[in-house]
Design a protein around this ligand. Structure first.
Ligand code: ADP
Ligand code: MG
Length: 498
């Protein structure tokens, strides 16, 4: 069915095509006020589209459509819903190139290393959750022999999903795929920095799903996100973003007494033991710090604790490897590292680099060359920075920067390094690098984080529970259990047979 939407591989043309639109009740619609805001190519500073400026009236329209569509959707068998969601995965899987290019254009994430990769895993999330539909099972309960007692899993109704700009496709999929399979309708609020590619995804999904089941609004937090969370007919909110906004969402949800899932920030430790395989650990630092994504990741390994005995060689090799990464036009296949997403984020990153330079005992290492192409002179490029000589008490080691700024912290005592790794308000992810299984097991049990890996640094994927502890969030995503816990409620039914 999605064949009716023509493939558009020119991201500039596609951006224009999607300009000024939201997707509500099965159709493209401008904001009800007619207002828009610009979408900027961060590699050049040029405007590529306008996005609809969604507000409360648009929230109202989208939620009303979702309420109506959900009632019919919930009546369908779970497997039928699952098949349709999996069909969305198949349709999206055919458009990896289209989606990857548009994502690179609007976010500045390099096409080859980041945007195409993200577009590629998008389909998998829908396929995975589509296949889990038959697992929406209840239980029978041995309550009384004369009473048939059972539980069933019912959908919540309308789910509000608020997403960030850094990995918008994957994070949206992690929310809406399980919500839909469980029988809910969704209203997504995209991030103001990246409204276009997710809009395209919803358009494609809508060619398979009934109208009104998936809706997407673009707009800013206070004007569009806040009324979505506060809407009386929204029965569940799932949010990924900053701690500060997460708390605002949680407070509003508390007033309505509705459940929330929050995936927030991180300052994830990577602990390199003296016996670690150095090449493996360096590769892990590059992948973990998401250098090719300019560090714009909540799980970024932004605190790298390296044992004193290998510290200097680790730093030198890491510097060489990051220096070899090519910064440039995100749409160029030769580019490893693209841009920062927005001028606001750029200011934030630069202020942290300045802070690092003023930090007592710290040394800044600026890596990888700035692009030479004059067309990119206004682009939001910033050199990845490594800071050595940092302690875990320094602000650059404590605060989430969400940019290519990485602290390397020297350590000698095992107990101290575990304590330092845990001495953070965050607890999203952690990695341990050692050949010693005993040490690895001890460390993984003691690290306060939701996602802990040894000798590798994989990104989130279907069937691996993902989410943090402490201020990193509330609730886990990407598994069967997360679908059951977060997108259904359990109803107990007792039938008296006497
Ligand atoms: P960032 O640092 O990336 O801006 P935010 O937490 O502000 O992180 O943004 C994540 C998402 O939350 C975005 O879609 C943003 O528009 C939305 N948002 C921001 N403020 C609010 C709010 N008060 N209520 C609901 N959503 C909001
Ligand atoms: Mg914000």
């Amino acid at each position: 069915m999605s064949a009716t939407i023509a493939l558009q591989l020119d991201p500039f043309a596609l951006a224009k095509e999607l300009s000024g639109k939201q997707f509500i009740d099965g159709e493209f619609r401008p904001a009800s006020s007619g207002k828009t805001f610009p979408v900027i190519n961060p590699a050049t500073g040029e405007e590529v589209a306008q996005a609809a400026f969604g507000e409360a009236a648009d929230v109202e329209a989208a939620v009303a459509a979702a309420v109506k569509a959900q009632k019919e959707w919930a009546k369908r068998g779970a497997r039928e819903r699952g098949k349709l969601v999996a069909a969305c995965g198949a349709a999206l899987g055919e458009r990896v190139e289209e989606l990857g290019r548009l994502l690179a254009l609007e976010t500045g994430k390099a096409l080859r290393t980041e945007s195409r990769v993200e577009a590629g895993v998008l389909a998998d999330m829908f396929t995975f959750f589509g296949g889990l539909a038959p697992e929406l099972k209840g239980e029978t309960v041995p309550f009384n022999p004369t009473m048939l007692t059972m539980t069933v899993r019912e959908p919540i109704g309308v789910v509000g999903a608020i997403i960030p700009w850094n990995v918008p496709l994957l994070l949206m999929a992690m929310k809406i795929a399980p919500a839909l399979v469980a029988g809910n309708a969704v209203v997504v609020k995209s991030a103001e920095e990246a409204p276009l590619t997710v809009l395209r995804v919803i358009q494609i999904m809508n060619s398979i799903l009934p109208p009104g089941l998936v809706n997407i609004l673009s707009g800013f937090g206070p004007e569009c996100g806040a009324p979505l969370v506060a809407h009386p007919k929204v029965g569940k909110v799932t949010f990924t973003g900053s701690v500060e906004t997460g708390k605002i969402v949680y407070r509003t949800a508390a007033d309505k007494l509705i459940p929330v899932t929050l995936e927030l920030g991180g300052k994830s430790p990577m602990i390199v033991m003296a016996d670690a395989d150095l090449d493996q650990a360096i590769g892990g630092a590059i992948a973990g710090m998401r250098f090719t994504r300019q560090g714009q990741s909540c799980t970024a390994s932004s605190r790298i604790f390296v044992h004193d005995s290998i510290h200097d060689v680790f730093v030198e090799t890491l510097k060489e490897k990051v220096n070899a990464l090519k910064m440039g036009d995100p749409l160029d296949e030769a580019t490893d590292i693209g841009t920062i997403v927005s001028p606001q984020q750029m200011d934030r990153v630069q202020s942290y680099i300045a802070l690092g330079k003023e930090t007592k005992g710290a040394t800044a290492h600026a890596l990888s060359a700035m692009p030479a192409d004059p067309k990119l002179a206004k682009g939001l490029f910033v050199q990845p920075h490594l800071f050595t000589g940092v302690t875990n008490d320094d602000r650059i080691a404590r605060e989430e920067i969400f940019g290519p700024v990485c602290c390397v912290i020297r350590w000698t005592d095992y107990e101290e390094v575990i304590a330092a790794a845990n001495d953070s308000e965050y607890g999203l992810a952690a990695t341990v690098w050692t050949r010693d299984l005993k040490v690895a097991m001890d460390a993984v049990h003691r690290l306060e984080a939701g996602f802990v890996q040894v000798n590798q640094n994989l990104v989130v994927q279907p069937n691996l529970s993902y989410g943090g502890v402490k201020t990193s969030g509330l609730g886990k995503e990407a598994t069967l259990e997360s679908m059951l816990e977060h997108f259904t409620h359990k109803k107990t039914i007792i039938i008296n047979m006497k």
